[in-house]
Write a protein that binds this ligand. Structure first.
Ligand code: PEP
Length: 243
């Protein structure tokens, strides 16, 4: 199998006003023939404006509702993200699973809504620290992957992001061996679930310029989902350069 094309995705979370688009133009202007796909997921308020200036950088949402429209105050539909110029949407981020009690079934439904809107679904999975300490990380993550995988998932329309909850925003990361072990297991699980061994598997959790190259060098890591270090063009650009 040819290696899937690397994807470096940034998640701005609830950060960024219009002035922050200067980081995107700086990133865009600094790109020289990147060896990977690049995606930035700003708050919904910035998707359209970011898409206007992003050039070769794809823009995406951080969440979507499972329905196409309706009485869901404060929510955003996948079609709205596509209509604003988005190409992808993150679903099942651990902050959504925790803060909004999102279940695997809801994450799966959101990913299916993303596909109906023509968006790539980036499905996040990951264990808590207690689950890892109890030796349950593989079971938890593979279980989430199976239960969150949208019907009709292909290597083109779906990406899995492995994000250990305890590594997000903490500056801590698993060992390279632990990442490789999880990604090898995810490669087998996604192949079993979808019939394709080409689905992109991203690592996320405190990825930064100083550790990106060694994490991205792991054979079954096909890119990164980057939070804090995606906010500044210099940091995100350095991660892209490491890919
Ligand atoms: C994330 O929230 O998806 C993430 C990986 O955050 P950070 O890079 O800041 O750990």
């Amino acid at each position: 199998m040819a290696a899937p094309r690397t994807l470096i995705a940034g998640n701005w979370k609830m950060n960024g006003l219009n002035a922050a688009l200067a980081e995107v133009t700086a990133l865009r202007d600094g790109l020289s023939a990147p060896n990977c796909d690049i995606l930035l997921c700003p708050p919904a308020t910035l998707i359209a404006a970011m898409a206007e200036v992003a050039g070769p950088i794809m823009v995406g949402g951080q969440d979507c509702h499972a329905a196409a429209s309706g009485a869901h105050t404060g929510d955003i539909a996948a079609e709205m993200i596509a209509d604003a110029g988005g190409a992808a949407v993150i679903v099942g981020h651990s902050e959504r699973r925790t803060d909004h009690a999102e279940t695997d079934a809801q994450v799966k439904a959101k990913a299916e809504a993303a596909h109906r809107a023509g968006l790539i679904a980036i499905v996040c999975v990951g264990e808590t620290e207690a689950e890892r300490d109890a030796g349950r990380a593989l079971d938890v993550v593979l279980g989430q992957t199976a239960a969150s995988m949208p019907d009709g998932a292909t290597a083109e329309n779906t990406v899995i992001a492995y994000e250990p909850v305890w590594a997000i925003g903490t500056g801590r990361t698993p060992t390279l061996d632990d990442i490789a072990e999880m990604h090898d297991a995810l490669r087998a699980k996604t192949a079993e679930l979808t019939g394709s061994d080409a689905m992109r598997l991203l690592y996320g959790g405190s990825m930064k310029p100083g550790n990106a190259a060694e994490i991205l060098a792991i054979e079954t890591v096909n890119g990164g989902l980057v939070g804090g270090a995606s906010l500044k063009a210099a940091d995100f650009g350095a991660i892209i350069a490491a890919a």
